[in-house]
Design a protein. Structure first.
Length: 351
């Protein structure tokens, strides 16, 4: 063996490679934060009527009570904060679901969890008349948890057990049933239907500070719990037996991950309605950038998903002037080709 080869295989060199990779990931994380801040500023500036950056700064630091300042403080700031919170929740929920189920198709929308949460909200609003976000979010949690359990049971039934496609088909079927049920309930109460028809498409519009104050804490709790599960999920990826050998409690990890997913999907859906493909596309893009290590996948997913959601919201406002196209619709338009690309590349297991 030549001296050059020996030098290339020394412990110091082998340690240097991960350090360089971690440094590059840290730089990428900082760049993602900067990009998110830029998108947040654009969300405050752009809309049905764009405003100068100086007006936005003055509205945040020294408001005068003018119409522009009221729009910025009472409409665009809550909308932007909600976009960041729900985006982080959906991106992290998708990453957790893909890791927990080992299913590349796992996404709150594709597996029917978002529709389950939405159905819970519809029941609370249309049938029970409970309009406070602090109340109907619990119905969203219940709907998300029940839908997740039902889809997993349907997808794993039979001799062949679970597979990505079976789980996705069960989720699509469950989502269609729950969406139809939500629409049927809303038709009974036309007033609630008129109020919620944009919400059902996944919209950041019209949500004020009350929604932010009451629902973002649930999203923050879910994000914190999800990120803390990175190490156990890395061990679980090696298999149940290997995870137990490493001292991990498989049952507890799955239970805590399910709780985190329920918190994230339920609160995000209660806030803006069901949104598709954010939780599918972002984790796949993140793994292409940083690899499969959940210690990086989870925080990157929580950081980059708000950029996609806020960017879609901004695009919808610009495209639909003087009205707007809902962010959920724009995300679906962007995410559907990504879903088709996953299928065409043969990454999914056969039925």
């Amino acid at each position: 063996m030549s001296p050059a080869t020996l030098a290339a295989t020394t412990p110091e060199t082998s340690r240097r490679v991960p350090r360089k990779a971690n440094t590059a990931r840290s730089i990428g994380l900082a760049a993602g934060v900067a990009l998110l801040l830029l998108v947040a500023v654009l969300s405050l500036v752009l809309g049905a009527r764009s405003m100068p950056l100086a007006t936005v700064v003055q509205a945040l630091t020294d408001p005068t009570g003018s119409a522009d300042h009221v729009v910025i403080r009472e409409l665009r700031v809550p909308r932007t904060v909600l976009g960041i919170g729900t985006g982080a929740a959906l991106g992290l929920a998708g990453a957790l679901m893909q890791s927990l189920t080992r299913n590349p198709l796992a996404d709150p929308g594709l597996l029917g969890i978002g529709q389950g949460a939405a159905f819970g909200v519809v029941i609370a609003l249309a049938l029970l008349g409970w309009s406070s976000p602090a109340v109907y979010v619990w119905f969203a949690f219940a709907g998300a948890a029940l839908a997740f359990a039902a889809v997993y049971a349907l997808g794993s039934a039979g001799r062949s057990g679970t597979s990505p496609v079976r789980l996705a088909l069960a989720g699509v079927a469950m989502g269609a049933v729950l969406t139809a049920a939500s629409s049927a309930v809303l038709r009974i109460d036309t007033e609630t239907y008129d109020r919620m028809r944009f919400w059902m498409s996944g919209s950041l519009a019209g949500q004020g500070g009350e929604v932010v104050a009451q629902l973002v804490p649930f999203m923050a709790a879910g994000v914190l719990l999800g990120v803390l599960l990175a190490g156990p999920l890395n061990a679980l990826a090696l298999g149940d037996d290997a995870g137990r050998a490493l001292g991990m409690s498989v049952g507890r990890t799955r239970l805590l991950a399910a709780v985190a997913i329920t918190l994230l999907c339920g609160s995000a859906t209660a806030a803006i309605g069901p949104v598709f493909f954010v939780g599918l596309a972002v984790p796949h893009a993140v793994r292409a950038l940083v690899g499969p290590d959940q210690r990086w996948v989870l925080p990157f997913s929580a950081l980059l998903a708000p950029i996609l959601l806020l960017g879609s919201d901004i695009a919808g406002r610009l495209i639909g002037r003087p009205g707007e196209v809902q962010a959920g619709i724009v995300c679906a338009i962007l995410g559907a080709p990504f879903f088709i690309a996953l299928v065409r590349k043969g990454r999914l297991a056969a039925l």
